[in-house]
Design a protein around this ligand. Structure first.
Ligand code: NAI
Ligand code: MG
Length: 508
């Protein structure tokens, strides 16, 4: 645990313009303010109500139930969305099975590839609309959805289209057969991108799909269903059904599903693992994380501070691989805290549709409550809180960029996934101590290392128990590199050649 040094208390206290109930809230003025620059939404035509996309058609849910989906930044209702029950799930799985038997498993890879390319291009053509709807429904800044989520979603389809006719070369002399029907369940933090991560490799390998988006963010997956409809895929190859946990559970438990792919909380991941135990369903899980972002004294510190900011504050920390534990070499602790204090005061928090916004809305009331509860636990456990003193909008769900110093390894804020713009700062003195602290977690999804020495990055990389390790950068993604975790972060990989393995049976 980092002892609070005198110079550090001064650094914090000296800048504490308005301490807020035991915390230090900082506001030393924005360097400049920008005029509002919101994306226009008048060209966005959302339906009042969305049905279930099953067998290439839009079907009403049998029970006639709908739920509303809102914008977390305004709390305004955006649309009503169908709630699929077990019967609707059965229709979707049956449609996927029929499509598998009749069309998709028989189609040569080069033909499947054409459809997947078509989806990729359709996403590019509708990029603007998809980005805006993603920010409206999920609360993330338009900068992120426009520059990261949507282009990467298209890239995943392009990349996997390229594999569809080359599977014979992916597995060194072995023949790859599709598994059948894939049941896929995704979370709310990257709604369109996670749909792409799941659907693209499944289709490339010759499987058909039933996908369920998260209940708070169904809209871009439903827009994707419309694009897939326009791309004229054979009916039932991709089915998109909406609903909450029970809908997901019905999909996992359906006897005719051959593979389950899940991204979400570790709790639900464990429940799914229990549900498929004893069946011959294949399973991949991408669960939580508590990534260590490790800053050595010889790192380019200003660049590292930018990496910290993009690792935890952009996207409101709603990233499973967020760099939520900062491990700083003791000798640069105070300077990093000072630079970070200055930097978070300039982050623009607010309207996700404004092109200047850095930090958007928290995805849901439930998630905001969880963040508030964990931050309170941090304060109660004696850590020192620093929050940017930004004005938060009256409506919607918001949390200011925040970090904690004086954090013990045993404290909840150092161990539990907060999934919000909240960073816990710890220190280390030697590379060995950095490794020990970084690996001291039940998770193992990602890590970051910042140093001037390439050799140190490799040395650390060999010892860190994390599926993805970034060197002098953070949160960079590419469809060609496999992504996935160790320990309670799950198993299986998505992306790259390794990601294909989750969707094929190998023969020979
Ligand atoms: P969740 O794990 O409950 O939801 C993820 C998906 O699973 C949603 O589509 C949901 O409808 C579905 N689901 C829920 N219960 C299910 C069940 N019994 N069977 C099958 N599917 C089910 O995550 P939630 O409640 O939204 O968030 C809770 C915490 O999980 C967050 O605070 C965060 O810490 C973590 N989380 C991690 C994510 C990641 O990418 N690793 C993504 C989202 C949340
Ligand atoms: Mg849940």
């Amino acid at each position: 645990m980092a002892k609070k040094t005198d110079s550090q208390s001064k650094a914090i206290a000296g800048r504490a313009a308005q301490p807020v109930s035991g915390s230090h809230a900082l506001d030393f003025g924005k360097a400049w303010t920008y005029a509002p620059s919101p994306e226009a939404t008048d060209h966005i035509k959302l339906d009042k109500r969305y049905e279930l996309f099953i067998g290439g058609a839009w079907k009403k849910p049998r029970a006639g139930k709908y739920f509303s989906t809102i914008s977390p930044s305004t709390e305004e209702k955006l649309a009503d969305v169908a709630e699929a029950d077990a019967h609707d799930v059965d229709l979707a799985v049956t449609a996927a099975r029929t499509a598998f038997d009749k069309y998709w498993s028989k189609m040569p890879g080069r033909e499947r590839a054409k459809y997947i390319y078509r989806i990729a291009r359709a996403i590019q053509e509708k990029a603007r609309e998809l980005a805006i709807v993603e920010s409206m429904n999920g609360g993330k800044p338009i900068k992120e959805s426009r520059d990261v989520d949507v282009p990467l979603a298209a890239a995943h389809f392009f990349y996997h289209a390229g594999w569809a006719d080359k599977l014979d070369y992916a597995f060194q002399g072995r023949r790859a057969r599709p598994l059948g029907v894939a049941g896929q369940i995704i979370p709310w933090n990257f709604p369109l991108l996670m749909a792409a991560w799941k659907i693209a490799p499944a289709l490339a390998c010759g499987n058909t799909v039933v996908l369920k988006p998260a209940e708070t963010t169904p809209l871009t997956a439903l827009l994707l269903a419309k694009l897939i409809e326009e791309c004229e895929l054979p009916p039932g190859v991709v089915n998109i059904i909406t609903g909450a946990g029970p809908t997901g559970a019905a999909l996992v438990n359906h006897p005719d599903v051959n593979k389950v792919a899940f991204t979400g909380s570790t709790d639900v991941g464990k429940r799914i693992q229990r549900a498929v135990a004893g069946t011959n369903k294949r399973l991949t899980l991408e669960l939580g994380g508590k990534a260590a972002n490790i800053i050595f004294a010889d790192a380019p510190l200003d660049q590292a501070v930018e990496g910290i900011v993009s690792g935890i504050y952009f996207n409101q920390g709603h990233v499973c691989c967020a760099g939520s534990r900062l491990l700083v070499e003791e000798s640069v602790h105070d300077v990093i805290v000072r630079k970070l204090t200055d930097r978070i005061a300039t982050l623009r928090v607010g309207d996700p549709l404004d092109k200047n916004t850095d930090v958007g809305a928290i995805n849901s009331k439930m998630q905001l409550t969880k963040i508030q509860e964990l931050v309170k636990a941090g304060e109660d456990e004696g850590s020192t809180r620093v929050s940017a003193a930004c004005a938060l909008p009256a409506k919607g769900f918001w949390f200011p960029p925040t970090f904690f110093t004086d954090v013990a390894q045993s404290s909840r804020i150092a161990r539990e996934e907060i999934f919000g713009p909240v960073l816990s700062i710890l220190t280390f003195r030697t590379p060995d101590e950095a490794i020990e602290k970084a690996n001291n977690t039940m998770y193992g999804l990602s890590a970051g290392v910042w140093t001037d020495k390439g050799a140190k990055i490799f040395w650390m990389g060999q010892r860190l128990k994390a599926g993805v390790i970034w060197g002098n950068t953070y949160n960079k993604f590419d469809p060609t590199s496999p992504f996935g975790g160790f320990k309670e972060s799950g198993f299986g990989r998505e992306g790259g050649r390794q990601g294909l393995a989750a969707y094929v049976e190998l023969e020979g």
